[in-house]
Design a protein around this ligand. Structure first.
Ligand code: GLN
Length: 197
């Protein structure tokens, strides 16, 4: 099985390395011709406004939207979460999104002082100890719909959701590909296998 990595912009190489560690094959997705036969897709971090523009100019937006609405498993990290979200606050007015996970996110919502930070997250669904998490100009999850499972919250004030799952959609406000812990990628690989049964 092959997992597609949306490779228009952002931290694609790091996700590829994570799946390589797990023995999974990946394919860079840059045009609609790269889409057939994927078991899942990763929408990486980067800049959601830029990704939105490139999704349009590459011709990928519509065919991808169709696959995602049809249930293709997808992992969205940081900007990727913004692109998958149902509602985006503080986005550009022409910024597009797939709307396949019922969360409201605010771009760069942690503010300037917290532009980048690290944390250790308790993620019960992963088992084992705390998950190291790197946040870079991360979106804040401001609201979560009833059908969304919150897999992790940020310790401290507000206990904001930072990892969520709804059906075959997995999103994180942080960058699991930037730390050596592969449990989050493994969870996503399992989601792609469930889909094929
Ligand atoms: N702030 C970025 C955006 O709005 C996301 C940052 C990231 O992916 N690290 O797209």
């Amino acid at each position: 099985m092959t997992i597609g990595l949306l490779a228009l912009q952002g931290d694609v190489r790091e996700h590829a390395a994570a799946f390589a560690d797990l023995g999974e094959s990946v394919r860079a997705v840059r045009s609609p011709a790269d889409l057939p036969g994927l078991a899942g897709l990763v929408v990486p971090g980067g800049e959601s406004t830029t990704l939105s523009l490139l999704l349009g100019s590459s011709g990928l937006f519509e065919p991808l939207a169709e696959l995602l609405v049809g249930g293709l498993p997808v992992l969205g990290t940081c900007a990727g979460m913004i692109l998958l979200a149902g509602e985006v606050l503080d986005g550009r007015s022409d910024q597009r999104r797939f709307g396949v996970v019922d969360v409201t996110v605010r771009r760069n919502g942690y503010g300037r002082q917290l532009a980048s930070f690290e944390s250790e997250l308790d993620v019960p669904v992963l088992g084992g100890g705390p998950l190291p998490a790197v946040f870079i100009r991360a979106p804040v999850v401001e609201a979560v719909g009833a059908g969304v499972e919150v897999l992790a919250t940020l310790p401290g004030d507000g206990a904001r959701a930072v990892a969520c799952r709804q059906g075959r959609v997995l999103v994180t406000a942080f960058h699991p590909e930037l730390t050596p812990d592969r449990r989050l990628h493994r969870l996503f690989v399992e989601m792609t296998k469930e889909e094929r049964r």
